[in-house]
Write a protein that binds this ligand. Structure first.
Ligand code: ATP
Ligand code: MG
Length: 574
């Protein structure tokens, strides 16, 4: 993994969350800003999580500057309340991703750290007549709940005595009952217009070992109960989540309000919701990502086609570009879909200043320069950077009689506006001479297998006298080139918005050209020693990275991070 520079405090972008925090500080409702990022360790993080990470960790960094180091903090807390889906492998992956994005947590916690407290608080709620043990089946509970237009019905167990409830709850904990036999529910209001308030579940039985607590528990708290308590115990002040939790906020407040006095929490956290990030041409829910991985539609969670942080990292994205993307997306309350082009813009913008420019031929066509001396080799000076990038540095590229150019840079019958090579046409070779095509060699099927040219020795570093040469093409010396495999990545889906719904229909929208493997590419000599994770611009082709998994010193593999804008291809499409 590339080490990444730590994230700087975000430059202040006024948004409603920052307005709320500033108001709270001004009104002295809080003298601290404590946030948390609460992933469930049941999968890998994706670019949507990055938005939440940049917001929560970014706020802490920003307010550390205004308050103090200890009065502005962001916790990483694993929301590990469902032992059937969670695993340490995911925790490791999540930590790696958060660090790679450039953030450090001011404390690592687990919801399971508080299972003991949560249990104690549930007994308190039972004793206060605010929770009860319900023995309806899942299906019955659902039926009794009613729906948006119909109020629910009270459970027949709602009026159990405190003694009976306590006894049943304690026996649930001891493991006397099977999964699903009983649950603990909050006693709120079965007719509440907010469905979340219709006696929501607080605890359920799961005879499953937990990756942190082992076999200590066979009852596990529900997210809606565990989350406010975890926040309150840690002293979180602003609990920021995505909009789909809007209806859960009333329950969040119910839990805090009913436990505040008993538990003496260090803060009174409040939940605020912002719009989740949606991106077109990809999928972002963990369930769908998992389906792609488990169905072997991709090579793993870090497949460069995926919008996972691990996938983007392997694809060659930089943490800076992802943070810049999150900043441009901003924080708002209205759901929207962001165009993938915006993410691509951010990586281009970053790499433009960072990735040295080199020459690589992906689909080679041999060129023989007939009037060039057979055994001569000229070492030509080639700058890594264009004039508008304030960086210095160059290398030598060897030039000799036989070189490779890109098949696409030659056409037997070129249209008028094709400023590259064709019979009789002249073109400049990047950093080198101008050459004119004098002849072609074809195979039995009529395919061009080699082109013959002459070069003009007067044109090194200067224009030919009396004629205009419009095009410049890239090339590599045939004798010095290194072979490489290049993986050309495109967007994961060929449709902007995949079919929604619970089925697997979105699989039909997978772009069959999202990965094209090109073998036998010819890259310039200077790339021979390049290391996994190193990024380059292949001139006229795009930005590329040495693959971190499959590339070997004697069998280099490059991933295309993103294309450059190709004006010719665009014009052609039009
Ligand atoms: P998914 O819905 O993609 O399966 P999740 O919400 O189940 O993800 P969690 O691990 O629960 O994943 O999420 C951790 C945090 O990241 C939550 O606070 C959640 O609101 C936030 N988050 C998840 N997806 C997005 C997104 N697309 N945009 C912004 N924040 C997100
Ligand atoms: Mg979730």
């Amino acid at each position: 993994m590339n080490s990444s520079a730590p994230a700087p405090a975000p430059t202040k972008t006024g948004d409603f969350i920052r307005d709320i925090i500033n108001d709270d500080l001004e009104a002295k409702r809080h003298d601290k800003v404590l946030t948390r990022f609460p992933p469930e360790p049941n999968g890998f993080l994706h670019i949507g999580h990055a938005k939440s990470i940049c917001l929560n960790f970014g706020l802490a960094l920003e307010y550390k500057e205004k308050l103090s180091d200890s009065n502005a903090r962001c916790h990483l807390r694993f929301d590990d309340t469902d032992p059937t889906k969670e695993d340490t492998i995911f925790e490791d992956g999540i930590q790696e991703d958060v660090k790679w994005l450039g953030f450090n947590w001011d404390g690592l916690y687990h919801a399971s750290d508080y299972f003991g407290k949560m249990y104690e608080y549930a007994e308190h709620l039972i004793e206060a007549g605010k929770a009860y043990v319900c023995s309806l089946t899942d299906a019955e509970i659902k039926e009794y709940r009613g729906n948006v237009t119909t109020p629910g019905k009270n459970s027949p167990h709602r009026e159990r005595s405190v003694e009976e409830n306590l006894d049943l709850f304690r026996r649930m904990r001891k493991g006397e009952f099977k999964d699903g036999e009983h649950v603990v529910r909050a006693k709120i209001d079965m007719a509440n217009p907010n469905m979340k308030m219709r006696d929501p579940l607080l605890y359920r039985i799961r005879h499953t070992a937990h990756h942190m607590t082992g076999n200590e528990w066979c009852i596990y708290p529900m997210y809606d109960y565990a989350h406010p308590i975890s926040d309150a115990i840690e002293g979180i002040t602003h609990s920021i989540c995505t909009l789909e939790f809007e209806n859960n906020r009333e329950l969040y407040d119910w839990a805090i309000d009913n436990l505040m006095e008993y538990a003496k929490f260090p803060s009174r956290p409040r939940q605020y919701e912002f719009a989740r990030l949606n991106l077109n041409y990809t999928v972002m829910s963990k369930r769908r990502l998992q389906e792609l991985v488990e169905g072997k539609h991709v090579s793993g969670w870090d497949d460069p086609r995926l919008p996972t942080i691990a996938g983007l990292r392997r694809r060659g994205y930089t943490p800076e570009s992802i943070r810049a993307f999150c900043t441009t997306v901003g924080v708002a309350k209205a759901n929207s879909t962001v165009d993938m082009a915006q993410l691509e813009f951010c990586i281009r913008d970053d790499l433009n200043q960072k990735a040295p420019r080199v020459l690589a031929v992906l689909k080679p066509l041999k060129m023989v320069i007939e009037n060039y001396p057979d055994n001569d080799v000229e070492e030509l000076d080639a700058s890594y950077w264009p004039h508008d990038v304030p960086k210095e540095g160059s290398r030598k590229v060897p030039f000799c009689k036989e070189i490779f150019i890109e098949q696409d840079d030659f056409m037997l019958e070129p249209p008028k506006d094709f400023y590259r090579l064709g019979p009789g046409k002249e073109v400049r070779l990047r950093y080198s001479y101008c050459v004119t095509c004098t002849d072609v060699v074809k195979d039995a099927d009529g395919n061009v297998t080699e082109i013959r040219c002459t070069y003009d020795p007067e044109t090194l570093g200067q224009n030919p006298v009396g004629r205009k040469v419009k095009g410049t093409i890239h090339w590599v010396s045939a004798r010095h080139a290194v072979d490489a495999e290049v993986r050309l990545y495109e967007r994961l889906l060929s449709e902007e918005a995949p079919p929604t719904g619970k089925d697997s229909e979105f699989l039909n929208a997978i772009n069959p050209e999202a990965l094209q493997v090109v073998k036998g590419c010819k890259i310039e000599r200077s790339l021979k020693e390049s290391k996994p994770g190193e990024r380059f611009q292949f001139e006229r082709q795009g930005f590329f990275v040495v693959d971190s998994k499959d590339s070997k010193p004697d069998a280099l593999v490059f991933n295309r991070i993103v294309t450059l804008k190709d004006s010719y291809a665009r014009a052609q499409k039009k």
